[in-house]
Structure formats: structure tokens, C-alpha cells
Design a protein around this ligand. Sequence first.
Ligand SMILES: [Zn+2]
Length: 406
Amino acid sequence: MNRRKFLGFLAGGAALSAAGWSMAKPAVVNPCRAAIPVRLLDSPWLKQAWAGIDPAGLWDCHVHLAGLGDGGSGIELGPQLSSPLQPVHYAQRLFYMNAGCAHDAPGAVDAAYTARLLNLCDAMPEGFKVMLFAFERFHDAAGHAHPEHSAFYVPNAWAAKLAREFPARFEWVASLHPYHATAVADLQLAIANGARAVKWLPAAQGMDPASAKCDAFYRVLAASGTPLIVHCGEEKAVKGSDTQAFGNPLRLRRALDLGVKVVVAHCATMGTDLDDDGKVRSSFDLFLKAMAEPRAKGLLHGDLSAITLRNRQPAVIRTLLEREDLHERLLHGSDYPLPGILPLISSATLARAGLLPKEAVADLDTLREHNPLLFDFVLKRLLNWQGHSFSPAVFNTRRLFSVSQA
Ligand SMILES: [Zn+2]
């Protein structure tokens, strides 16, 4: 897909509107500027964001790898993401590639995506790292992989290789299906190879966190202190099979009871799930309920990735800011490349909702064009509701991930 075709596709627009993206703003395509303008380096907002933060403790714990599999990465795009006959998913793929600014590198998209990430990290102080996610295929109940039902596949080996080659900036997170015949051995190997956590997206990958089939996997995670990052709530970014219920935060009790540290991605800030009484409640409310249970103490966490996307409610951000009792258990994550997709986050809208100083919007908008990783960090540092902002502990994420032992 060359740039002209890409832009031509965007001009169609319909598929994007169907996917929920607003086409109202002209800046749909991220201009991919590299260096940060000198003027911004003196921005008081940037200075305020870094005040009191130890960059060596700041690992962005939610960063996606993407690519086309054209650089030896082994990345595979499922039929949903590669066929123009599936316009919504197809447009999403193009959007993601643009967010990572890899669309101008025909034949070398995998490498361009990685180079761009390193380039963005260069603007961050020494010590800052990103945690790169592998992404497992959809598996059936018997533990067999089904590429045809998988939107996306990023091999563990690719994420591990990047972390090995660029240890100053990259850590890696394995993605393994617990039903797979060799899951336990694969997990032990991943931990031995430096995996800092395991990432599941149950709705797309087909694992039920409440199933006894996960127990052996959970025991290895618990014994090694390796956190499990689980996407809970509605899954919009990639579509797998009809398994949305697997993302119910209450289904994580089994892992917690076996002593596994669990991170609920996005704090389950989208969608609805069934409560214990059979009533439908917001997934976010069920996340808060799970956080309050005694079994969750010291084990259950939430990451702040994607909470500022337009498809989230400001009320959710307000609650997270106000609940200072939870801040020790919340973790900074950007969901990169999503913050680089211009229409998905609007600083101006957040300012109008009273969550950001209006004066910071112009600098944030410039920052987003140049560095979505830094933008997301500064944005979350500046979020404020009636005097409540996220505690610096939220940005000291490394403490949770640097303890895992093979
Ligand atoms: Zn994500």
C-alpha cells in the first residue's frame, strides 16, 4: 500500500466513520514529524510533567508492535485486517500503520515501525522504556490455533529479539495461549528469555480466564512473579470470535486466588459485562468491584492505556483521578500506536470537560504530532479533576515488572 493509495482510501471515509472515527477534523493522517521543536522543549507543561518523576522507573507498560511481516518479524495479518472486502478492519490496519508512521516504507514496514519507536524513545530521558507486546493467535477450546480467525499475530520471538537488540529502550511482553499443549513450557522459556509479563486479549484470542484449563499456567506466573496483563471490557481494536464475555473483570478471580499479579488493561473502561447477580453493569464498575475484593489486595492492578480515547466517558477519567486510594495500583501505559492516531484523542475536548488546563492544549497538540509516546505521558500527567491528579506512583511502573524471575 503506497501513500497515494492510502490517502485515496481515506478520502472514501465511509469505512472510517463506520469504525467510529470522526472525520470532522482535517488532520486525519499523522504527519510523522520526528524531532521536537525547540520551542516545545521549554514548554512549562513539559517541565511540569517530568517534575517528581524518575525516568528510570517509567516503563510504558502497554505498547503494541505492528508490521506487515515484510522484515522477517513473522508478523501475520489475518483476513480481517488484510482484505479490502472487510473495509472497517482494513482501514483500521492502515490507520495503525500510519500512527506508527511506517506507511512510507514499502517493503520494510516492520523495520520502519521499530525505527520510529526508537526514534520516539530518543526524545525521552535515559531510563525510560517501552514494553513491547507480542500477540497470540485465536485458539479453540482444545488449544488449537486458528490463523483464519486471528486478526493479527506478532510472534514472541520478534518482541524478544527487539528487546535483546535494544535493551536500553525495549522490554518485551509474551503472548501465550494457556490452552495450547506446550503453554507451560513455552511460558517458562519466555520468562527465561526475559519476558516481563504476559498479555492476553481473551475476546480475540479465545481464552477464558475463569477456566480450570488456565491453572497450570497461572501457577508458573505466580511462582515467578510474572504479571498477566489482560484486556477487559469490550474489545474494539481487533475482532476475534464471539468471546466478549471472556473479558469480564470478574473472571480474573481464579488467577488472583492462585496468587497471580494481574493488570487489567485500560481499567476495563469500555463496554458492559454481567455482574454476579446476572445484571448488566459497565465493565469499569466491575473492575472497581474486583479491585475492592480482599483477594485482589497486592495483586490486581489497572493500566491507564486508552482511557483518554474519544470513545471513553469523561466520568471514567474523573473517577480514576478521584480514587487516590487506587493510584498505587494504577500503571501508566500509552496503547501506542493509538495516541498517534490523530482523531482518537482530543486534548481540546478533555479541556472542555474540565480535565485539562485549556492553556496546555496547543502544546499538547504539537507534541502529539511529533511524539505520541511523550504526548501520552504529558497528557496523563496533566489530567486533573478538582485538584486530583494521578499520583507519581502511577508512573513508577517498573516496580511491578522488574521482579519476575525465571
Ligand atoms: Zn492495547
